[in-house]
Design a protein around this ligand. Structure first.
Ligand code: A3P
Length: 292
């Protein structure tokens, strides 16, 4: 399935037709979750693949075999992608599922379910920079234009996958209401990987011994993931992801936005952030002192 120029729109949000069909999106909305399911929910470029890797390694107690032999999309399929229906019933419990859908689209399907949901967020300035670079490679996403153009579209919330602000507010507003929801940030994974690993493994009731923690950390490192074909997108053909225009495993840093946003863009971003996140108590980590 190619459909590189097709865009599917659902509930005002655009999705690339290469991965989504009208039918696959509709199926996701009424997905039959099992109580043993583990769901990784993210806005794109927030650490999705990193969390897929962490969860895979937790479930194998640090044994890297599965993460080195099965592509991430096959071991933790996106439930809104067109191939999910055929794949999902071949997964043995606990199934690991991924989604970029906003909470409101899955609220009904998740209601009453004991599926455990891990929501990963990342500071939005690093998200927009990472997303911009990804648009330049991904032939199934629209032409990003200049960074200024892309930034405007991102701040307006009209990029593919919808508004980052609504996505983060929607999922994190459920933190009190859903007992089976864990929030993890890209920044905490970056600054305290082992702490995040322990947090996620306890949430999944899958405690690890020191040796297993060390193995998970090793195989979740940026370098190890960059060299792992099952994760680094190098198996995706050039006509879909143009590898001459960048790499999926690009920088992997907290605060890379400082290399891209001008002072003026940054000030404008801050004003929009305050406006759009009004009433939301989340704080953001904009840089890692250790990476300065
Ligand atoms: P950058 O483009 O800033 O490098 P997603 O999986 O949600 O699409 O997110 C991709 C982003 O996560 C990319 O960010 C990628 O480099 C980063 N990433 C993936 N694995 C990582 C790891 N092990 N350590 C740090 N960053 C990682």
């Amino acid at each position: 399935m190619s459909r590189l120029d097709v865009c599917e729109t659902l509930d005002g949000i655009k999705f690339p037709g290469h991965l989504h069909t009208r039918e696959s999106l509709q199926l996701a909305l009424k997905f039959a979750f099992q109580d043993t399911d583990i769901v990784i929910a993210t806005y794109p470029k927030s650490g999705t693949t990193w969390m897929q890797q962490m969860v895979t390694l937790i479930s194998t107690k640090g044994d890297p075999h599965m993460s080195q032999t099965v592509p991430n999309w096959a071991r933790a399929p996106w439930l809104e992608h067109h191939y999910c229906a055929a794949l999902v019933n071949t997964l043995s419990p606990p199934r690991v599922l991924t989604t970029h859908l906003p909470h409101r689209m899955l609220a009904r399907a998740l209601q009453g379910s004991k599926a455990r949901v891990i929501y990963v967020s990342r500071n939005p300035k690093d998200v927009v920079v990472s997303f911009y670079h990804f648009h330049k490679m991904a032939n199934f996403l629209p032409d990003a234009g200049s960074f200024q153009d892309f930034l405007n579209t991102f701040l307006e919330g009209t990029v593919h996958f919808g508004s980052w602000f609504d996505h983060v507010k929607g999922w994190t507003s459920q933190l009190g209401a859903m007992t089976n929801l864990l929030h993890v940030t890209y920044e905490e994974m970056s600054m305290d990987f082992e702490g995040s690993l322990v947090k996620v493994s306890s949430f999944l009731q899958c405690p690890l011994v020191d040796e297993e923690v060390n193995s998970c950390a090793r195989h979740c490192s940026f370098g190890s993931m960059r060299d792992n074909k099952m994760i680094n997108c190098s198996l995706i053909p050039h006509e879909i992801l143009d590898h001459s225009k960048g790499s999926f495993m690009r920088r992997g840093k907290v605060g890379d936005w400082r290399n891209m946003l001008t002072e003026e863009q940054n000030e404008h971003f801050d004003r929009v952030l305050v406006e759009k996140m009004r009433g939301c108590s989340l704080g953001f980590v904009w840089e890692d002192p250790a990476q300065r």
